[in-house]
Ligand binder design. Structure first.
Ligand code: CP
Ligand code: NVA
Length: 313
């Protein structure tokens, strides 16, 4: 049973196939209007969401299927009355595919042990794989390719989005530079870095972690940032984190160091004046709402590919 747990486990070919399928369903939505008729997606949420929830649910509707929003705070699992194993074994008797947005990545891995239907990681504290497939689709749409591009990420790097970029970008032949403060709580997980370095060496591309934002931005094709206050970060850390991350804010000046053709990405939600200025996110190089739209095309593609591979369609 193939799941999408992290992009570490997916090959370059599998990532490229998902992007190509997303492009196809985006171009020809009517062709897929009945593809998942009678199929049900269960969407398990432990954390808030705008994009992920709406794009999965709308995507499933557009494919002719049905999606159930399952909020763990109203579930036996969330109430501590039922185990992950029993929850999954029950759920898999009803539904054809599951996505989960959780705090602990270990809980997702525990779910995968029992899943007899495809399971998609819709964000854990550790990784956010579907997001990055949509990001790469967006870059390809705007810049025409992935291979050989320089992508620079700024800010919080002990972060799910950063980790997923680190797994995927080197595999796709991209030069990834992560610019973040020094310190284990701000830098990428060392195990992710070690794995990403292997992918970069195999692809023959550089992968760098630097502490100077300007160095990362210079000549970049893509500038990417993410929230400094991810869903799992307690509010009392805000002041200290703003002080730490401010040198990595994506400003017009920083964007000016990149190529004139560069695009700006943020997976959203975003706060103007925090991880980027309003001028950047609302400016002509920002493609953040194309990026948000592509989440839906990617979710449709993932459901089609995984259900086909599982022999359920
Ligand atoms: N980018 C993203 O996953 O957004 P949501 O938290 O709104 O789903
Ligand atoms: N790093 C962010 C991504 C939000 C989509 C978070 O975990 O909240």
């Amino acid at each position: 049973m193939r799941h999408l747990l992290t992009l570490e486990d997916w090959s370059r070919e599998q990532i490229a196939e998902a992007i190509a399928m997303a492009r196809e369903v985006k171009a020809h939505p009517a062709k897929y209007a009945d593809s998942l008729r009678g199929k049900t997606l269960c969407m398990i949420f432990e954390k808030p969401s705008l994009r992920t929830r709406l794009s999965f649910e709308t995507g499933m509707t557009q494919l002719g299927g049905h999606a159930i929003y399952y909020d763990t705070s109203r579930s036996p699992l969330g109430a501590g009355k039922e185990s992950i194993g029993d929850t999954m074994q029950t759920m898999c008797r009803y539904v054809d595919i599951i996505m989960a947005r959780l705090f602990k990545h270990e809980d997702l891995l525990e779910m995968a042990k029992y899943a007899t239907v495809p399971l998609i990681n819709a964000l854990t504290n550790y990784s956010h794989p579907g997001q990055i497939i949509a990001d790469l689709q967006t870059v390809e749409e705007h810049l025409g390719r992935l291979e050989g591009l320089k992508i620079a990420y700024f800010g919080d790097a002990f972060n799910n989005v950063t980790h997923s970029l680190m797994f995927a970008c080197p595999k796709m032949g991209m030069h990834l530079v992560v610019a973040c403060p020094e310190g284990a709580e701000y830098e990428p997980d060392p195990a992710v870095l070690a794995s990403a370095q292997k992918f970069a060496a195999a692809a023959g591309v550089p992968l760098e972690v630097v502490h100077d934002a300007a160095e990362a931005a210079r000549g970049a094709d893509v500038l990417y940032t993410d929230s400094w206050m991810s869903y799992h970060i307690p509010p009392e850390q805000k002041e200290a984190r703003v002080a730490k991350f401010s040198p990595y804010r994506v400003t017009e000046e920083l964007l000016g160091l990149a190529k004139p053709s560069a695009v700006f990405l943020n997976c959203l939600p975003a706060i103007r004046g925090m991880e980027q200025t309003a001028g950047v996110i609302d400016g002509p190089q920002s493609v953040v709402f194309d990026e948000a739209e592509n989440r839906m095309h990617v979710h449709k593609a993932l459901m089609l590919l995984l259900l086909r591979e599982a022999g359920r369609i």
